[in-house]
Design a protein around this ligand. Structure first.
Ligand code: CO
Length: 406
């Protein structure tokens, strides 16, 4: 059996075969004694990852972890779906512990028939499953400042992508009978601060979901269990978690999270309000800050791109700080308002190199350079930073944040 294995490795070619022979000494023998010849663990009721896997959400040092965010390890996840356990978090008053048997969703205000649904009743209604990213409006906000975060997780880790299953909100609104005067839907969560946000009626009728499942199982408590409003392409904060109330109204609520927070102060001193859509963006996740290339040679540059306005149609990458650009290949399926993975081959010659990525979406919108973004928005904002991002590969192979001109 050992010989058969060796023949198969050698068939892969000298480089790969050599590498495997290189580590096939005592260590491999020990592994075999531990492995195929010994009974493993029994079946289990709920799966856990291998003890050798260490990817985790990044949490800040804070005295108020109930009012904080944790970030997805973007450089350590694969494909388009973020594992639910690694989906970023942003809480404003902690994660409530909700018994779904006692939870209800009320739809009231400017409707013909106020409705009260139990979770079980909602699950009986026609449902859909859709893959959407959710991105906090504050994602990559450190890029506005002089000291941008040093790695993919700490700079861009407030975006994740899941398959969400639930009831189209349009169906519930039809059932309730929306009155003509209703222009907004005020969504409220069941967390301690009763966080609320106002959704324009047109979007509410378009593609919003009242979701109860994420990636094939019940939504995780930190993602809104048992019900979450999923608003495709719009800033994370409005995707209200622990959803308990939808009020149809003529005017927005002007709640804390849409006045003093999640508004964008421009250079003029005026603030943009109700800036919902997350514009096209991309990030190279390999190589990225904190990683180290082993030496010159071939690398597959990998990354993610997404747009709140639809599908990603193109991602371009540059390996020379923007002098030359080439198209990356996009991984199917490319879905609207979902993370799209891109890849491009790169032969590193060992010189200092700056790697950039730039996405285009189906509206024709092109992710702006940092200077272009700042020219329009100024530098007072904490939110909606979507400028082109760069990583510097030093001659040692060390990868760090590329400082870009303001
Ligand atoms: Co906004």
């Amino acid at each position: 059996m050992k010989q058969a294995n060796r023949r198969r490795f050698l068939a892969l070619g000298p480089a790969v075969g050599g590498a495997l022979i290189g580590c096939s000494g005592e260590k491999k023998q020990a592994a075999e004694e531990d492995g195929p010849n010994r009974l493993g663990k029994p079946i289990s009721e709920y799966g856990e990852r291998s003890e050798f896997e260490k990817a985790r959400r990044l949490r800040p040092e804070t005295k108020t972890p109930e009012q904080a965010s944790s970030r997805t390890p973007l450089a350590e996840v694969h494909g388009m779906i973020t594992p639910s356990s690694l989906h970023f978090e942003r809480h404003h008053a902690g994660v409530p512990n909700i018994d779904p048997a006692k939870h209800t969703l009320m739809i009231h205000g400017l409707v013909e028939r106020p409705l009260l649904f139990s979770v079980a009743e909602l699950k009986r209604l026609p449902s859909v499953s859709k893959i959407y990213f959710i991105e906090c409006a504050g994602n990559s906000g450190s890029e506005w400042g002089a000291k941008p975060a040093p790695d993919a997780q700490s700079s861009h880790g407030l975006v994740s992508c899941s398959e969400w299953t639930g009831v189209p909100l349009s169906l519930l609104l039809e059932e309730a009978g929306v009155r003509k005067e209703a222009q907004w839907v005020i969504a409220e969560g069941a967390d301690a601060c009763k966080m609320n946000r106002s959704v324009p009626i047109a979007k509410a009728k378009e593609d919003v979901l009242v979701a109860y499942a994420q990636n094939g199982e019940a939504i995780r408590p930190e993602q809104g269990y048992p019900l979450r409003l999923v608003i495709p392409g719009w800033e994370g904060n409005i995707n209200v978690k622990w959803l308990r109330r939808l009020e149809l109204a003529e005017q927005p609520a002007m709640s804390r999270q849409e006045t003093s927070k999640y508004t964008d102060l421009e250079a003029s001193g005026k603030a943009r309000q109700f800036t919902f859509v997350m514009d096209a963006k991309s990030l190279i996740t390999f190589p990225s800050g904190g990683q180290k290339l082993e030496g010159p040679g071939f690398y597959e540059v990998r990354g993610i791109a997404w747009s709140g306005r639809g599908k990603i149609t193109k991602v371009e990458v540059s390996f020379d700080a923007g002098k030359n650009w080439q198209s990356a290949s996009l991984q199917d399926p490319v879905l609207p308002m979902a993370i799209t993975r891109f890849r491009a081959g790169w032969r590193w010659d060992g010189t200092e190199s700056t790697l950039l990525s730039r996405s285009t979406d189906e509206t024709g919108y092109v992710q702006p350079a940092r200077a272009e973004l700042i020219a329009v928005r100024g530098m007072n904002s904490n939110y909606h930073y979507n400028g082109v991002h760069g990583w510097k590969v030093e001659t040692t192979g060390a990868v760090s944040q590329a400082v870009q001109p303001a």
